[in-house]
Design a protein around this ligand. Sequence first.
Ligand SMILES: [Zn+2]
Length: 138
Amino acid sequence: MTTRPAPDSRGPGRAYWRSGADGVLRLPRCTACGRLFWYPRTHCPHCGSDAIDWVATGGRGRIYTFTVVRQSPEPFFAARVPYVVAMVELAEGPRVMANVVDCDVESVRIGMPVSVLFEDLGEDIYVPLFRPAVGGAG
Ligand SMILES: [Zn+2]
């Protein structure tokens, strides 16, 4: 059993990868212009401010676009093909990249409502994943 390659949890991404400890997906928000964004970074991509805090999202959104990965040189992922990598547009607006799980890859569609879950990698890292939402996007 190979383990999932761990994301780089240093720097501005640290809060993102720790966010799922309580099952809540959080995103960085600029306190100067009020906008949320992804990916995590040290300055707001909208206004350039470095005044960033982290806010909870509802963890629901829709698939904006996706691809089905059918081969991988990395053992963890090679054991899981085919799998879906998607850009999920959250109800709050930002788009995040994540795997879509718990469904047939052939059933995934653009616009499909999804909700977040987390894979606990240990060492305080929780990888956000999405699965088809029951009851539609929030
Ligand atoms: Zn800003």
